[in-house]
Design a protein around this ligand. Structure first.
Ligand SMILES: [Mn+2]
Length: 334
């Protein structure tokens, strides 16, 4: 008999803990509830200018997208997302709404921006609509919510990263190896996270990343100045490809705001943030997205950034100094 296993291609948000957990949970759900003998292949997706998808990669008998934008391709069988900005265009939204009217299509494509993580949303749909047993996955779902929602209980838990999930996040966000996350995904729903982290191909990646994280922490410690509730630091002389944004509040837990000047290969960045654990009255806090927009940047009310081309470091320095002065003059704890 020419029987062949159903081939399922799973497209997930790349370099993202929730993206990897969603791909893993989807796989286990699909295997247990939809097609017992299927095989699964994984492809990471990244946000970029222009076309997000290469439809020629949708080659599975079934194709799934998790924790990423909607595609109108008829080859997409499953879609799960929880982002506010799930649609690239109004036409994509119309396509989705039309699909939801069609029982065949609508029962396989799901969006709910109320969920903190795509993993928790997928778990809910899989259990309520398909009878999937999520009980063995409590730890995974819990940590996907904490990491994707930045719901760390303290600066120590965000910066010292005692939990295996946070060390896995550090590795997932830093990897440059396209084969790494596809190898990791099946393990996330097969064993506890501590056991995942202990796999040699994963554990071996951790020490240099922790070393870089400690370096960034000590560098910011040596540069950070807290005054009138606002921290300022300039680390542009030590190029870093990103750093943990909770470090300033770990070092200065009573500060409300933090302004950092940093440099990477392609930009000088002014990071403008606020302390997630602050006791300041939120009504007295300044909308940081609006502050950043004045300089051509953007973000959310509580965290924003402005990027300058590498040759405009002076403008970045001027912007940072003006923002620091403004925030120090408006200390919500004063
Ligand atoms: Mn997500």
């Amino acid at each position: 008999m020419g029987w062949q296993a159903l081939r399922v291609c799973v497209f997930y948000h790349d370099k993202c803990f929730d993206g990897a957990c969603s791909a893993s949970l989807f796989t286990r759900f699909h295997r247990e509830c939809i097609a017992a003998g299927a095989t699964y292949e994984y492809h990471g997706l990244v946000h970029r200018a222009g076309a997000l998808f290469d439809e020629s990669e949708f080659t599975g008998d079934q194709n799934a997208i998790v924790d990423f934008k909607y595609s109108t391709s008829p080859r997409i069988t499953w879609w799960f997302d929880h982002h506010q900005s799930a649609f690239l265009t109004p036409e994509d939204r119309q396509h989705y709404l039309a699909c939801k009217q069609d029982p065949d299509c609508g029962g396989r494509k799901f969006l709910d921006a109320e969920y903190t993580s795509c993993t928790s949303y997928l778990a809910r749909i899989a259990s309520t609509r398909f009878g999937f047993d999520t009980a063995p996955l409590t730890e995974l779902i819990h940590w996907a919510n904490i990491v994707d929602g930045a719901q760390y209980e303290s600066p120590e838990s965000a910066v010292e990263m005692p939990a295996p999930a946070m060390k896995l996040t550090l590795i997932i966000e830093a990897t440059q190896d396209p084969a790494f996350i596809p190898r990791l995904i099946p393990l996330l729903t097969a064993m506890p996270l501590a056991e995942v982290l202990a796999q040699p191909f994963i554990a071996d990646l951790l020490p240099p990343l922790l070393e870089r994280h400690r370096f960034a922490t000590e560098l910011i410690r040596s540069r950070a100045e807290e005054r009138d509730g606002t921290i300022f630091f300039d680390i542009t002389d030590q190029p870093l490809e990103g750093f943990n944004k909770f470090i300033p509040y770990y070092l200065h837990p009573n500060a409300t705001y933090s302004i950092g000047l940093s440099k990477s290969s392609f930009r000088t960045k002014v990071s403008v943030g606020s302390n997630p654990w602050t006791k300041a009255n939120s009504a007295k806090m300044i909308n940081l997205a609006k502050v950043c927009e004045r300089y051509g940047g953007g973000g959310h009310a509580r965290v924003g950034a402005i990027s300058f081309p590498p040759d405009q470091a002076d403008q970045a320095r001027v912007a940072a100094a003006e923002i620091v002065a403004e925030l120090r003059a408006n200390n919500p704890m004063a």
